[in-house]
Design a protein around this ligand. Sequence first.
Ligand SMILES: CC(C)(COP(=O)(O)OP(=O)(O)OC[C@H]1O[C@@H](n2cnc3c(N)ncnc32)[C@H](O)[C@@H]1OP(=O)(O)O)[C@@H](O)C(=O)NCCC(=O)NCCS
Length: 326
Amino acid sequence: MDIRPVQDRDSLQAFHQVTAAAHAHDYLALPADPVEELLPLLEEKEQAGELVLLFLASDDVAPVGTLQLSFPTLDNLMSANLQLTVHPDHRREGHARRLLQFGIAQVRARGRSRIFMEVPSPAGGGDIAALALMTEVGARPVLEDYRRLLDLVKHPVGEPLRAPEGYRVVQWLDRAPDELVDGAAYLLGRMTVDSPMGDMEYEQEKWDATRYREKEEAAAARRRTRLATAVVHVASGAVAGITSIGVNRDHPEVVYQWDTIVDPEHRGHRLGLVLKSWNHQQLKEQVPDAAFVNTWNAASNTFMVAVNDALGFEPAEAWTQWQLDL
Ligand SMILES: CC(C)(COP(=O)(O)OP(=O)(O)OC[C@H]1O[C@@H](n2cnc3c(N)ncnc32)[C@H](O)[C@@H]1OP(=O)(O)O)[C@@H](O)C(=O)NCCC(=O)NCCS
């Protein structure tokens, strides 16, 4: 088996085909990223605090597996994230074991000593395969997640919940209003402190307006539209909470819940449900072709899970975050 960096459009196409076959085999309503979405990654450019590298594994005949490594560049400088996929027709041929060893070597070569790997448990027991691999390299499970799926045909978007007295709802597409960007960045920085992280040894991420703007630009370059809703505390002008949904402009049928956070100072006013119900309203108006919304939550995040239940999300499958210290 030969493993090479993905550096041109043909190998990117092959990368996409392997992940597309695996996703179609393993999941409901979780398509692989389309090629147009991956194109900017060919530049191997550090952006919004992250560097992403893609690799393709081929046997003598065809591409068989993919590896994605991402390196935080503003915080968590000792860590990397690793994701690998093997084509369903080529499983149990030892490709994942080789890709994992290759990925570990790449991470070590960049002087990093910790790897996070998010492993799904697709229907059919795929987790058993990954479990063996993770245990073999000495990784340990550190956080239990769940993917939930909202079927918008089965659960059409209802009326949004009114913001409580003293708060107002602000919505936008792609680019936050200038007066809210600092508040939005502050809340994103809190995500890694406030949301349950289990036993993950992950530092608080460093967010400011510059990084937030870069993140917006990176999404746009990847042909992803951001639908955002914030709740602003009228008296102070502070951003009390924020949520956003990502939509692929060419494939809007399946959309993705990105971050949702309410500032601890403003909790207890049902702002989580206010934010999400307004953002779903915006989704209905802006993206009429959206049929499914995906979201991931820590199993222990009972507050967020209750909000999602109220909106009609249903569990799809468990995901386990593994940590490997090198
Ligand atoms: C998990 C996955 C990557 C395994 O790929 P693979 O190429 O089939 O794995 P390998 O052939 O290298 O198998 C390595 C070991 O895993 C275990 N394993 C693999 N498939 C298994 C299965 N179906 N049942 C039980 N054990 C299995 C075995 O211990 C195997 O070693 P062995 O064949 O010497 O007994 C693949 O099933 C996949 O793409 N799943 C979806 C995405 C995913 O889970 N990615 C991991 C995230 S980092």
